[in-house]
Design a protein around this ligand. Sequence first.
Ligand SMILES: Cc1ncc(COP(=O)(O)O)c(C=O)c1O
Length: 310
Amino acid sequence: MTVNLVHTRANADIAISNDVRVTPLREIQPGLLLKFECDNPGGSHKVRAARYIVRSAVENGDIVPGQTTVIEKTGGNFGFGLTLACQAYGVPVELAVGLGFSAVKRRCLELYGARLIGLDMLERGATPREVVQWHLEHEAENERSYFYTDQFRNPASVAAHEFETGPEIAAQLKAWPLVERLTFVSCAGTGASLIGIAKALTLAGYSVTVVLVEPKGCDSRNGIFSDHKLEGMSVGVVPPFLDWDLISEIRTVSHDEVLNTRKSFARTSGFLVGNTAAACLTVASSLARDATADHKILSVFYDHGLWYVR
Ligand SMILES: Cc1ncc(COP(=O)(O)O)c(C=O)c1O
């Protein structure tokens, strides 16, 4: 009896943690608005794309709970979101996670309920993409029926931000009724959050200027990538969803600048944000000096900083 009660309570908690929640929008310095996506279940904005992809796939029959296993390659944040989103439907998740990502993240993914696949292949030098490919090719003999979420090609990645995050920010902006213009400072991995949010805010009637932030040495538009440590942004492929006509300016930041911003923001605000958040904050906070009552700077805190403390 006691065991049953504990079990029921645990399931209820999972259902609650998978609800759509509004993350805070805070004016962290005069003129600078930050969307705290790090406060999502799963710890980042990626839960939104994951939830949207899974929900659409269940609705159109690509995922059949009880039959389908979801498979993806991920560095972490999308994997947390995916595992959480699938748990709501009782759908198992298998993830190929590159060995370069933190061991803590890998352990936590398992703790959330994901099965990490292809360790032996990764140790022999295969890429996570090759691990996924191998599993897709051998699904019958391994008694699986896979659905590959393919976040870099799945249009539901953008829809999540166009129809959820963006409108949520627009509704929250009503607390600043004088605002008409926004400078949106963002980075891009897939580019889904940048495009989805920019589109939704434009549709809501704001005049939106987009500033793309990249690590020094990267030029995503031309497929040039340095070996940087800002996990999640400028990830080695041209962001598939970016519409370059929407980008007004590109600013680069050095690793040292990002670490300094992260440290000083933690000391002054108490929030230890992730590296991509700190990269955007570096640029956004300097732009905020020119903000006015009708023109604010907007950026996103994508995830928390604890993952990246070494
Ligand atoms: C920490 C972090 N920041 C930024 C991004 C970029 O987000 P998007 O894929 O929406 O461009 C990601 C993507 O995985 C991320 O994990």
